[in-house]
Design a protein around this ligand. Structure first.
Ligand code: HXC
Ligand code: NAP
Length: 289
């Protein structure tokens, strides 16, 4: 992990669970948390992927990374993960709800099962984990932190990814609701809304084939680039750290200004050449007289 902002031992003694931690952004966050000394638990459906990532990360950082197969749709498997995690590390301090499923499609092409498949992973999976971890922490009277990875369209909505948008909006509503309800138990929770961060999982399902060239995310972002994994990992580390101890119920957007670019009524005037502005200014000034 390059360019880390926190001091090297910031998470020493802390145990962090990252769902979907074997790949993509989950792996990037796990790598940084492990660099900072955390005991890591990474989980998802594919144990071979998790084992390979765990080996790679623990070799890089020298800190323990425990891979546990756990489908977030299965409450019994989540209970088992908590038991195994506590048996190994004593207690779990942080849950990062990062696991997700998604694909682009016109909504009218979706079967009921296609819609449910995404809701079951993204919304219900996050609910299942939050509920199981939360009940355990409350019973143990243990302060804890939850970080939910959503998307910018959790707030704006978006066509062609409607099951995901519906689910992420639900996760954001839960983040804000439980930030208040569970504040009294010292369980703090926030969300991150990332813009485009290239990962195999997302790009294969959201920009398949030629779409990757036609629909270039870099052009949609005012900073004219996509996100770098270490940028997201640094934000996540800050939000789960004690330095963010008074931040609760917040969603932090990290998208280079992408969603605002789409929202501002006149932002597409960007396409006008500089020399045209003289003639536009003259026309406006004339009509003012
Ligand atoms: C229409 C589709 C479809 C498609 C699947 N289905 N793909 N329908 N168009 N392209 C339908 C199937 O026909 C089936 O419905 C139902 O969805 C379930 O499909 P399965 O393949 O059986 O599901 P499963 O094996 O459980 O796989 C889940 C998955 C898959 C979500 C479809 O993509 C996956 O495992 N994803 C995990 C990783 C991932 O998606 N990462 C990207 C996260 S990016 P029927 O009716 O036929 O039974 C992200 C935000 C990015 O979330 C924002 C970027 C800016
Ligand atoms: P990714 O690599 O495909 O990550 C998704 C992870 O979720 C995988 O590791 C997958 O592992 C796991 N997963 C899927 N279904 C699961 C289930 N039922 N139970 C447990 N784990 C499951 O994609 P990514 O881009 O890194 O996405 C990570 C997070 O960032 C997601 O929440 C996504 O919505 C969010 N996000 C990404 C972007 C982006 O540009 N990349 C933008 C906005 C938001 P298995 O297949 O092994 O289960």
């Amino acid at each position: 992990m390059e360019k880390g902002a926190l001091r090297p031992d910031a998470f020493r003694g802390k145990t962090i669970v990252v769902t979907g931690g074997g790949t993509g952004l989950g792996k990037a966050m796990s790598h940084y948390f492990s660099t900072l000394g955390a005991n890591l638990i990474i989980s998802s459906r594919k144990i071979e992927v998790l084992q390979a990532t765990a080996k790679e990360l623990s070799q890089l950082t020298g800190n323990p990374v425990l891979p546990i197969a756990c489908d977030v749709r299965d409450p019994v498997a989540i209970e088992q993960l908590i038991k195994e995690g506590e048996a190994r590390f004593g207690q779990i301090d942080v849950l990062v709800n990062n696991a997700a499923g998604n694909f682009i499609s016109p909504t009218e092409r979706l079967s009921a099962n296609a819609f449910s498949t995404i809701i079951d992973i993204v919304l219900k999976g996050t609910v299942n984990c939050t509920l199981a971890f939360g009940k355990n922490w409350i019973a143990r009277k243990q302060p804890a932190v939850i970080l939910n990875i959503v998307t910018t369209y959790a707030t704006t909505g978006s066509g062609y990814v409607v099951p995901s948008a519906v689910s992420k909006a639900g996760v954001l509503a839960m983040t804000r609701s439980l930030a208040v309800e569970w504040g009294k138990y010292s369980i703090r929770q926030n969300a991150i809304a990332p813009g485009p961060f290239p990962t195999k999982g997302a790009w294969e399902r959201l920009l398949p084939g030629e779409l990757a060239e036609e629909f270039d995310f870099k052009k949609r972002v005012p900073l004219k680039r996509v996100g770098e994994h270490h940028e997201l990992a640094n934000l996540a580390a800050f939000l789960i750290s004690d330095f963010a101890g008074f931040i609760n119920g917040e969603v932090v957007t990290i998208d280079g200004g992408e969603w605002l670019q789409g929202a501002g009524e006149f932002n597409n005037l960007d396409v006008l050449p500089a020399e045209m502005w003289d003639s536009i200014e003259n026309t406006i000034r004339k009509s003012n007289k």
